[in-house]
Design a protein around this ligand. Sequence first.
Ligand code: NI
Length: 341
Amino acid sequence: MPIINRIADLHEEMTAWRRDLHAHPETAFEERWTSDYIAEKLEAFGLDEIHRGIAKTGIVAVLRNGNSEKSIALRADMDALDITEANELPYKSQIPGKMHACGHDGHSTMLMGAAKYLAETRNFDGTVYFIFQPAEENEGGGRVMVEEGLFERFPAQAVYGMHNAPGLPVGEMAMRPGPAMAGYDIFEIVVEGYGTHAARPNQGVDPVVVQAQIVLGLQTIASRNVNPVDSVVVSVTQVHGGDTWNVIPQQVVLRGTVRCFKPEVQDQTEARMRALAESIAAAHEAKATIRYERRYPPTVNDEAHMEKCAAVGRALLGGEKVSTDAPQGMGSEDFSFMLNE
Ligand code: NI
């Protein structure tokens, strides 16, 4: 039976898995229900080996066929987000405050479908590693799996991952060679002033006014410092300070994220952020302390392997359904840790 027909046969079953996973969202490194559910299915499909507990809840299942030395890894993420689901669906989230809002329930389902299909048909020659990873959102489960020896234990010659794209019509795929998704950094700036009564600002140093100028100052990194042909986003996403109407607080804390594609832009952004925050604070006799943390590297697709994916996609879906010049996105992916390795 042609691949596409057999997969179509699994549609109803896969929809049920997806809904089960959707109803039980779990976040970073706590995907225990999810991990048990997936492992149980893999067991039933007859995978040759199932390895658990990699990066706490991660799973790698192995399937071998024929004599070829060739090996590939296919990766899906399992984690959900700290979001309250507002849908009214029979399979809506049963966990308060958590939701599969990024579609990783779908990714895990797709990889389970591939495992079932390949275990059943064995129409390949070589080894396939199925990687189910935890904590893609924010916490870098992909990095932890790599650090725990993922590719020493499971020496795949290539690793493939994909993400759902609600903006694309059903049945289409989009990819691009080279830098595809941005690197992901976070920062925290603590502005230390001198708290005082709001009626006597002259007796203190107001960190609220200083942080406001720092937020505006940071806008000049993208607009005035980084080469306009390069991409960078600097977003302040949290401002914390003050407890009441009539007291100027002692400190204000800013937090946010930086996205860019090039290490030199990352270096420049961090350096400019430090200089701006420290000198703006100093100008007002306040003090700014900056913590800048590099979280995920950019996701950079190998051109030859991307071409293989595109060829498979064209064969399955038709040539016009596969785009290889998808726009770069400023979103990030911890799949980059696996690709880099
Ligand atoms: Ni995602």
